[in-house]
Design a protein around this ligand. Structure first.
Ligand code: HAM
Length: 415
């Protein structure tokens, strides 16, 4: 029996990989303009790191982690997101708390969710984290940068949704108010998950996608109207800065996010062109997180984009066309083809040669398929005269060129 890939884990074939490479390169380009430096953290961390940061009552920690004991029976987990690892790395490397540190990271994440369009068990994120600033300007800068990246990626029509979740001072009061409101509802109409959340994580009830839950909680107290004056002011400044940057957004008071570390500004970018999994990016501020994980009291904020979802939306980048393709007939020609191909690649040209012996016609068919700019033809006559027939596939012109002059001949076309 053949071994297949694991459910929810996909191969990225070359055409797909090209999209990911383009996203990574563009992300590196845009984010570095804003001062983000690349950080690569391990894919596996101690399970405790995710429990303590994401929160033990979240779906991610409760149902979705790939956790396993190592040989010494320590519980390890394949990272379900990047933020926790970046925080661990920041704390461990003892960065100065007085400076602002900006990190860009990307790669595979793992969540045991039910796979569907745009939702995989191994998926990829582009992730930015900024540590050391509590200024509302940093929130606005981060959001503008994300939207700028998405616009350069040409992902079509998207919507930025934004909310504030208050801080550790004002959220507990809101939470109590919401819990009292939820207790007064006809709980038999809430779904089983919401019923469980009423007392342990009531904010998540606001995020439930089930229509009856949404309807029942329609008049729930709004968090953005129940935060402390400092949080309200912070949010106001962020919104004003987005206005001044001419960035459109929709205020969504029910946007609470699925991870427990958020405070103040939270946001998501949605696209209705990717199906039910419409969130293509999400993030926010997490001011207490570094301290909660044992570091100093450093504020932070960040976001992650889902690359599988972006891949569905973005324009396909133009593939790089090979510059040459060598066809050859006979043993001597094969030796020359091998040497010529290596020489051209060393010089910086990209291309290939026919690898398996086949008829001239079939090699020309392969060359056509390769869509190379030049086909280099080597037969007995060419070998004898130490030359090669160079066919320009754009205009069909063919010229005999001495092998010794081949590079300088081709250089004329490569500008
Ligand atoms: P998140 O909302 O859980 O946030 O994930 C961010 C993005 O990852 C989502 O908007 C979605 O595009 C993508 N995503 C999540 N799960 C899947 C999946 N199973 N399959 C495909 N794509 C998926 C975070 O992960 C936070 N760490 C973001 C953050 C960074 N907040 C602050 N800093």
């Amino acid at each position: 029996m053949n071994i297949s890939s694991i459910k929810g884990f996909a191969d990225l074939y070359p055409e797909q990989s090209e999209l990911y490479t383009h996203m990574e390169n563009l992300a590196r380009n845009v984010f570095s303009r804003f001062g983000y430096a690349e950080l690569r953290t391990p894919i596996v961390e101690y399970t405790d790191l995710f429990c303590r940061s994401i929160g033990t009552e979240t779906d991610v920690v409760q149902k979705e982690m790939y956790s396993f004991p190592d040989r010494k029976n320590r519980s390890l987990t394949l990272r379900p997101e990047a933020t926790a690892g970046v925080m661990r790395s920041y704390i461990q490397s003892k960065q100065g708390a007085d400076a602002v540190h900006k990190y860009f990271t990307y790669g595979p994440m793992f969540r045991y969710e039910r796979p569907q369009k745009g939702r995989m068990r191994q998926f990829h994120q582009l992730n930015c984290e900024c540590l050391g600033s509590s200024s509302a300007h940093t929130d606005a800068e981060l959001i503008v940068m994300l939207m700028h990246f998405l616009s350069e990626l040409e992902v079509g029509s998207i919507e930025l949704q934004i909310n504030t979740l208050g801080c550790s001072q004002c959220r507990p009061q809101y939470r109590n108010k919401l819990t009292s409101y939820l207790h007064e509802l006809d709980s038999s109409k809430l779904c089983a998950d919401c019923l469980r959340r009423v007392d342990i994580n009531p904010l998540r009830v606001l995020d439930c996608k089930i229509p009856t839950c949404k309807e029942l909680t329609e008049n729930a107290p709004r968090i953005d109207e129940n935060v402390c004056p400092e949080c309200a002011k912070h949010f106001d400044v962020v919104l004003n800065l987005l206005d001044s940057a001419k960035l459109a957004y929709v205020r969504n008071a029910r946007l609470v996010r699925g991870l427990d570390y958020y405070s103040r500004t939270t946001f998501e970018v949605v696209s209705h062109a990717v199906g039910s999994q419409s969130s293509i990016a999400g993030g926010g501020r997490y001011d207490g997180l570094v301290k909660q994980l044992g570091g100093s009291d450093v504020p932070g904020l960040g976001f992650a984009c889902g690359m599988e979802r972006l891949a569905m939306l973005m324009k396909k980048p133009e593939s790089k066309r090979p510059f040459f393709h060598v066809v050859h007939m006979g043993d001597d020609a094969l030796q020359v083809a091998f040497a010529v191909s290596l020489q051209l690649r060393r010089h910086g040209y990209c291309g290939d040669m026919a690898h398996n012996p086949s008829s001239f016609k079939s090699q020309m068919r392969q060359a056509d398929k390769a869509n190379a700019r030049f086909v280099l033809i080597l037969g007995e006559d060419e070998c004898k005269s130490q030359s090669v027939a160079v066919k320009n596939m754009d205009d069909g012109q063919q010229e005999i060129v001495k092998i010794i002059e081949l590079v300088s001949f081709l250089d004329k076309f490569s500008l």
